[in-house]
Design a protein around this ligand. Structure first.
Ligand SMILES: Cc1cc2nc3c(=O)[nH]c(=O)nc-3n(C[C@H](O)[C@H](O)[C@H](O)COP(=O)(O)OP(=O)(O)OC[C@H]3O[C@@H](n4cnc5c(N)ncnc54)[C@H](O)[C@@H]3O)c2cc1C
Length: 537
C-alpha cells in the first residue's frame, strides 16, 4: 500500500464517501479514504427494518454518551454514531429531508458566502436518483437512490389522515417549499434496500485504481509542518502508521470526531489544549463550540388491536411471510425504515412558513433507541424541536485519541426550547385522538394519563420531557463555517481550516446553524459543493 496520496479523507461517512467518489471521478488524483470502523457487511445495515436494532449493535457504533444534562434530570443521553463504511448513513433512519430552503439563506446571511438556497438546490439534485423522476426540485441518475417506501403500515396512513384533525395539510413531497403538514417520507433506498453513501457513492468504484480504502484505521491526528497539513498519523492493529497527503487532508469524521481531531492536532482553544498538555499550533477557540442538536420526545400509545410492528408471537406468521417476500423480491415489511411517516408543524414560536417541530411516526413501540424490547402493540410518535437556541460543546477528555471526547449539548438552556417541545407533545397527543386511530383502541403509555383526551398541565408535560427526552441524532456546528474574520468560525466558506493550509473539514460539523430537518441529505450536499470547489481550484 502506498504511503502517500493526493487527498487523504478521514472518515468514510456521509460526507467522506461523497467527497471520495467525486474526487476519484476526476481521474486526476489519488484518494485515500480512511475509516476507523469496519466494512458494511452486516445485513441489518442493508435491510431497512434493521434500523430498529442497529443502535444496539456496538461493533458498528461509537456508542457515545453525553455529559449529564442538568435540565434533563442529570441524565447522560445515548448518542449512537456510525463507525462503519458509510458512517451514520449506514445506521440512520434513512429519512430523506433537505431542511427548509430559507435555512440556507440564513447560512449565507451568517457569512457562509455561496451557500444560499438558490446555490445549494442544484447540489441536492446532483446526488439524487429519485424514483419519482426529475423536476425543478429533484434529480435522476445520481449515485444516491431516493425512493418512496415499498411498504408502509396502515397505521402510517392513519397518522397522515389525522392531519385534518389537527388542522394540518397532507404533504406529498417534503423537499419543495411547502412542507407544513403530515405525510409519508421519501427514504434513502434503492431497490428496497438502504442506500448509504458507501453503497451509493463507493460500491460502484471499489476497484478504481485511484481509490484506496482503509478500514479499521483510526486517525489519531493531522500532521502539520509550519501550519501546513502534510498527512495523518493513524493506528492500525495497534501499530502507528503515517500517511502523506500531497495536496490536502480533509476531515470528514462528523460533528463529534472532526473537532476532536483538530484539537488532538493542536488546533483549538489554547487554554483548553494546555489543560491536556497539547501544544497549540493554531489558537482557534471556536473549535468544538456551537454544538447544536435536535432534542426529541416520544409520545407512545398502546393499542388493543394487534397491529403494526410489535414484538408479539401472534405476528410471527406475518413476519415469516414478509421475510420470504424480502428475500425473494426485496418487498414487504422488511423494506420499511420504521420511521415511515412524519411531517412539520409550528409551535408557538414557529409559523406556517417556518415550522419548528418535526414528527417521526413509528407503527411500533421502540424503546431506548431500540435497545430495549416492549412486548405489546402500540405506536411511537417522535416530536423534535428544529431550531434550538441552546448550544453546547465538544471538548477533549484527555490527549489520548482513544478516549471519547466530552459531549455537552447543553439541552434546554433556553425556556423557548422547552416550551416548543411542550407544544409538540400536546400536538402529538391530539393526533392520536383523531378518528382514524379509533379502530386501534389506543390508550396513553408515555406520558401517562387517564386517557388521551385528558388535558395534561404544562408541569406534567415538562416533567415528562425532563425524564424522557433524547437526541434525534442531528449534531452539527462544531467546526462552524462562515466569514474568516468571524471569531465564531472554524472554517471559511470553502471549508478550509483557518490558520492552516491544505486542511479542510467537510461534514455536518461545518453547518453554520442547524437546519430544520434531518441532516444526512444536507451533509451530502456540503460534500458535493466542496468537491466541486476543489475540482475548480
Ligand atoms: C441513529 C441515527 C439516525 C439518523 N436518522 C437520520 C435520518 O433518518 N435522516 C437523515 O437525514 N439523517 C439522519 N441521521 C443523521 C445523519 O445520518 C448524519 O447527520 C450524517 O450521517 C452525518 O454525516 P457526517 O459525514 O458528518 O458523519 P458520519 O456519517 O457519522 O461519518 C463520520 C465517519 O468518520 C469516521 N471517523 C470518525 N473519526 C475517525 C477517525 N479518527 N479516524 C477514522 N475515521 C473516523 C466514523 O467512523 C464515520 O464513519 C441519523 C443519525 C443517526 C446516528
Amino acid at each position: 500500500m502506498p504511503s502517500s496520496y493526493d487527498f487523504i479523507i478521514v472518515g468514510a461517512g456521509t460526507a467522506g464517501c461523497t467527497l471520495a467518489r467525486r474526487l476519484v471521478d476526476t481521474q486526476k488524483v489519488t484518494v485515500a479514504l480512511i475509516e476507523a470502523g469496519k466494512k458494511d457487511t452486516n445485513p441489518f445495515i442493508h435491510m431497512p427494518i434493521g434500523v430498529a436494532v442497529l443502535s444496539s449493535m456496538t461493533g458498528i457504533n461509537w456508542n457515545y454518551n453525553t455529559a449529564a444534562q442538568s435540565t434533563l434530570n442529570d441524565r447522560c443521553l445515548f448518542w449512537p454514531r456510525g463507525k462503519v463504511m458509510g458512517g451514520s448513513s449506514s445506521v440512520n433512519a434513512m429519512v430523506y429531508i433537505r431542511g427548509q430552503y430559507s435555512d440556507y439563506d440564513e447560512w449565507e446571511a451568517m457569512g457562509a458566502e455561496g451557500w444560499s438556497a438558490k446555490e445549494v438546490l442544484p447540489l441536492f439534485i446532483r446526488s439524487e436518483d429519485n424514483i419519482r423522476g426529475a423536476d425543478a426540485f429533484h434529480g435522476v441518475g445520481g449515485p444516491i437512490g431516493v425512493s418512496d417506501l415499498r411498504y408502509h403500515d396502515a397505521a402510517s396512513d392513519a397518522f397522515v389522515a389525522a392531519a385534518q384533525h389537527v388542522h394540518l395539510p397532507q404533504v406529498d413531497d417534503f423537499n419543495t417549499h411547502a412542507r407544513l403538514g403530515l405525510g409519508i417520507y421519501q427514504v434513502f433506498h434503492r431497490d428496497g434496500q438502504r442506500c448509504s453513501t458507501a453503497k451509493g457513492f463507493i460500491t460502484p468504484i471499489l476497484q478504481h485504481p485511484n481509490l484506496t480504502i482503509m478500514t479499521n484505521t483510526q486517525v489519531r491526528k493531522v500532521l502539520l509542518e509550519d501550519n501546513i497539513a502534510t498527512g495523518v498519523e493513524c493506528e492500525v492493529n495497534g501499530q502507528i502508521v503515517n500517511y502523506t497527503a500531497n495536496q490536502e487532508v480533509i476531515l470528514s469524521g462528523g460533528a463529534i470526531n472532526s473537532p476532536q481531531l483538530l484539537m488532538l492536532s493542536g488546533i483549538g482553544d489554547k487554554a483548553h489544549l494546555a489543560q491536556h498538555l497539547i501544544e497549540c499550533i493554531v489558537d482557534l477557540p471556536a473549535v468544538g463550540q456551537q454544538l447544536k442538536d435536535h432534542l426529541d420526545i416520544v409520545v407512545q400509545v398502546k393499542a388493543s388491536l394487534p397491529c403494526g410492528y410489535a414484538v408479539m408471537p401472534r405476528l410471527l406468521p406475518k413476519y415469516i411471510a414478509h421475510g420470504v417476500q424480502y428475500l425473494t423480491q426485496k418487498k414487504g415489511l422488511l423494506t420499511s425504515n420504521a420511521a415511515e411517516a412524519g411531517g412539520f408543524a409550528a409551535s408557538r414560536y414557529g409559523s406556517a412558513e417556518k415550522p419548528d417541530l418535526q414528527f417521526h411516526f413509528i407503527p411500533g413501540l421502540i424503546v431506548d433507541h431500540g435497545r430495549q424490547l416492549e412486548f405489546d402493540y402500540g405506536f411511537s410518535l417522535h416530536v423534535c424541536h428544529l431550531y434550538p437556541a441552546s448550544s453546547g460543546t465538544i471538548r477533549l477528555a484527555s490527549k489520548s485519541p482513544s478516549d471519547a471526547p466530552l459531549i455537552d449539548p447543553n439541552y434546554l438552556a433556553s425556556d423557548e426550547d422547552l416550551y416548543a417541545l411542550v407544544d409538540g407533545v400536546r400536538l402529538a397527543r391530539q393526533i392520536f385522538t383523531a378518528p382514524e386511530f379509533t379502530p386501534y383502541g389506543l390508550s396513553p403509555w408515555f406520558p401517562a394519563a387517564s386517557s388521551l383526551a385528558e388535558d395534561l398541565t404544562d408541569e406534567a408535560i415538562i416533567a415528562f420531557i425532563k425524564a424522557h427526552a433524547q437526541t434525534v441524532y442531528h449534531p452539527v456546528g462544531t467546526c462552524r463555517m462562515g466569514a474568516i474574520e468571524d471569531p465564531n468560525t472554524v472554517v471559511d466558506p470553502q471549508c478550509r481550516v483557518k490558520g492552516v493550509q491544505r486542511l479542510r473539514v467537510v461534514d455536518a460539523s461545518v453547518m453554520p446553524n442547524i437546519i430544520g430537518g434531518n441532516t444526512n441529505a444536507p451533509t451530502i450536499m456540503i460534500a458535493e459543493k466542496i468537491a466541486a470547489h476543489i475540482m475548480c481550484e
